[in-house]
Design a protein around this ligand. Structure first.
Ligand code: ADP
Length: 479
């Protein structure tokens, strides 16, 4: 059976506890492998290694760092199929999606391998002929990354690639549900020649202990986190004690506004692609649809028809589009949301039930609910499952108010052929990402991130590297 130790200072090491934990397949509950159960002591060792590696790594030229990052990209491409299969086994997503994620994850290394060379400074005209003003950027230092299970590879590379490109070193803690993909990634980084201590991986089940050790260590200068808003808030408070730089990618509650002039076939396909990716378990997944009353029936019928055709099953099975939810608690939340909507008057167009599965598989039918309202849980919270609530609106203002009436602000979408409406609505949506006639806006070169309680900072593109850079002003007297 596959068994991974911790990766610290360029070596695979036993955890200080001497123990391992099981990683299970959400499609059947069977054990896929084991990872070392790290704790506080291991974090200290990893931060020691990252601090020791920092001077050498940060002083390499950007070109040297870029060349190593490009080798990580190549390594991920060489082992793409292996990583995709492992990801499907421990996370559940359909194999085609896992392959897509490995490519997306690797692309961050390719993109930042190039961007490392473009960390430009500035000169500013001084007030005196005897002075010169320089502004330059330097890496923040040791960065800690805490990542979730829904994108086991990409949520690490979206942080590690820009951090390493900038000259930072890193200690990463992956989610306890998906440590094996993370360990494989560390192995690829080792094989690519990333020097010892530059990237360290501490897996473990005691998330709070590991998180606290990272946050309390004053040598860690940056925390980058993707996960729930609740945990993000706790980490933000704890980061205050040592005034760490922080980036937070937290929950979303994405609305999709479909106007009466939309091409309904295309709009339905975009909505469903955005909704059902990863069985609805992404923070940018459409969580609620607002449709104009005049097209309500026709649009809901299309959604229901396409949804009813989707194949549910284990991710390794041919043609499966909806895999299992990550665990029993996730399944229960989806069930609760659907029952609540039904009780409050929503119509179940298709789906609506958990799928009986062998072992302890966590499958739920892809579901479309019509005539949902703001009183229902599905419109208040992130469902993080394959449920699509459809809410009817009459005016553009009403749709916009409903879309913005949330404490979240990550991604929002709209479908219309009216250009001025598209501009007007995009600019009025209180969200960090807006997809106009596009349900899948994420790519490596663009700024990904939210406003309000969806987070702080941006990942991806030239914005993503700024999170790992300090600005230094150097004033030079010439007299
Ligand atoms: P999700 O609901 O998606 O599982 P979480 O926010 O619980 O999201 O988890 C995201 C990451 O945060 C995981 O790596 C998890 O282990 C970690 N985590 C959870 N609780 C804490 C904590 N108290 N301190 C530090 N990390 C935590």
């Amino acid at each position: 059976m596959m068994r991974y130790r911790l990766y610290i200072d360029g070596a695979w090491q036993e955890a200080s506890t001497g123990t391992y934990f099981d990683v299970t397949n959400p499609a059947d509950g069977l054990v896929v492998g084991q990872a070392a159960d790290g704790g506080k002591e291991d974090v200290t060792k990893a931060v020691d290694a990252a601090s020791k590696a920092f001077p050498g790594w940060s002083r390499k030229t950007a070109r040297e760092r870029g060349e190593l990052l490009a080798r990580v990209y190549d390594g991920m491409m060489n082992r793409k199929e292996e990583m995709a299969r492992l990801m499907t086994l421990e996370q559940g997503k359909p194999l085609a999606e896992a392959r897509g994620e490995v490519q997306y994850a690797a692309d961050f290394f390719q993109w930042y391998a190039e961007e490392a060379k473009r960390i430009y400074g500035e000169t500013i005209p001084a007030n005196s002929p005897d002075k010169r003003i320089w502004v330059q950027h330097q890496p923040v230092g040791v960065a800690a990354a805490i990542t979730p299970w829904n994108f086991p590879a990409a949520m690490i590379t979206r942080k590690a690639a820009p951090a390493l490109a900038a000259g930072c070193t890193m200690v990463a803690k992956p989610a306890e549900q998906t440590p094996l993909t993370a360990a494989l990634l560390a192995e690829i980084m080792e094989e690519a020649g990333i020097p010892a201590g530059v990237f360290n991986l501490v897996t473990g089940t005691r998330a709070a202990e590991i998180g606290d050790a990272l946050l309390e260590d004053e040598r860690v200068r940056k925390l980058t986190f993707t996960g729930s808003t609740e945990v993000g808030k706790t980490l933000m408070k704890k980061a205050a004690d040592t005034v760490k730089r922080i980036s937070l990618e937290l929950g979303g509650h994405a609305p999709y506004l479909v106007f009466e002039d939309a091409d309904l076939e295309k709009a339905a396909k975009e909505v469903l692609a955005s909704k059902f990716r990863n069985a609805g378990q992404t923070c940018v997944c459409t969580n609620r649809v607002y449709v104009h009353r005049s097209i309500k029936e026709e649009f809901a019928d299309l959604l229901a028809r396409y949804t009813g055709e989707m194949k549910v099953g284990p991710g390794l099975e041919e043609g499966v589009q909806i895999g299992p939810l990550i665990d029993q608690a996730a399944l229960e939340k989806v069930e609760r949301h659907v029952r609540d909507a039904e009780a409050k008057g929503a119509r179940v167009m298709v789906g609506g039930r958990a799928v009986p599965a062998e072992g302890s598989g966590c499958f739920f039918e892809p579901t479309v609910l019509l005539d949902t309202t703001e009183e229902m849980l599905v419109e208040q919270e992130e469902t993080f499952g394959p449920v699509l609530p459809v809410h009817v609106f009459d005016t553009e203002e009403e749709a916009l108010t409903l879309a913005n009436n949330t404490r979240f602000g990550l991604a929002a979408y709209l479908y219309t052929r009216d250009l001025s409406r598209a501009v007007r609505i995009s600019e009025s949506l209180e969200y960090g990402i807006v997809g106009v006639n596009d349900g899948m806006p994420s790519t490596v070169q663009t700024p990904f991130g939210g406003v309000k309680e969806s987070g702080l900072g941006r990942e991806g593109g030239r914005y993503g590297i700024e999170e790992y850079l300090e600005t230094k002003y150097i004033s030079i007297g010439l007299k």
